[in-house]
Design a protein around this ligand. Structure first.
Ligand code: FE2
Ligand code: FE2
Length: 251
């Protein structure tokens, strides 16, 4: 049975929270299921990959369970796909204090959504950057060609949570979605076809692996699919880095 799921706090300490923003399983009738996240530090908050047009109402309502829209000062995008940026027109109006962080490669394409974003957009250079959220920092980690040519993941060092964009995406049979991965070996079969096709080449994995090798990661939170905690986060990273051939390697 398709269910509506409430937001879930993935991690928190006294002043800081990392929140998954809920899901309505019937959204799968319109497009692939997507996850959205909210990082809160003190009096300030940031959205990560707030999603497409048709999930906006759910995202906006669920954000308000945690913070007022005026407190959201950053929106961080992993890449340019419609399931990531499709709600931008609405976000601009409903989060009036937010700046939008996006790869410098994609900034010039965004006005085609029909919006003027000039003074509210921040280009992320290829090498990544640190983004302040309250007194904390979130790091934009380069993950180019791990999907899009200009692609960033986001690492929250306060809680050791790693937002992995489309990496970790899983596609389930109707009605079998779950939030937290329990059995990694079972879960892997829902991820494999996506990763074989949507990563450009093995070289992208090697470069990314070097980038993340010094990060302490306790949770992997992807834009589609289920969240990996503890041992399963480690299993996910070692599975992804062990894929021998992907994308162009197979063509
Ligand atoms: Fe994508
Ligand atoms: Fe996606």
């Amino acid at each position: 049975m398709l269910q509506v799921h409430k937001p879930y706090v993935i991690g928190e300490d006294a002043n800081h929270k990392f929140v998954w923003l809920g899901l309505d399983e019937s959204e799968s009738e319109k497009g692939i299921l997507t996850n959205q996240y909210l990082v809160i530090d003190g009096d300030e908050a940031a959205l990560i990959d707030p999603g497409g047009y048709f999930v906006f109402e759910r995202v906006f309502n669920n954000v308000q369970n945690f913070v007022e829209p005026e407190k959201v000062t950053k929106v961080m995008y992993s890449h340019q796909d419609p399931d990531v940026i499709g709600s931008l027109n609405l976000l601009l109006d409903m989060f009036p204090n937010a700046s939008f962080y996006v790869s410098a490669l994609w900034e010039r394409f965004i006005p085609h959504l029909g919006v003027s974003v000039k003074d509210r957009i921040v280009d992320i250079p290829d090498e990544g950057m640190e983004i302040n959220v309250g007194k904390s920092k979130v790091k934009a980690i380069p993950a180019h060609f791990m999907h899009s040519p200009g692609n960033f993941h986001y690492y929250d060092p306060t809680l050791k949570i790693y937002f992995s964009g489309d990496m970790g995406a899983a596609v389930y049979p109707e009605g079998t979605w779950y939030l937290i991965v329990e059995n990694f070996d079972e879960h892997r079969k829902y991820m494999e076809p996506f990763h074989r096709r949507y990563i450009a080449s093995r070289k992208a994995i090697d470069l990314w692996q070097r980038r993340i090798s010094n990060l302490e990661i306790e949770v992997v939170a992807p834009q589609h699919g289920s969240i990996f905690m503890g041992e399963n986060a480690k299993k996910f990273i070692s599975w992804l880095t062990s894929l021998d051939k992907v994308g162009l390697d197979l063509w």
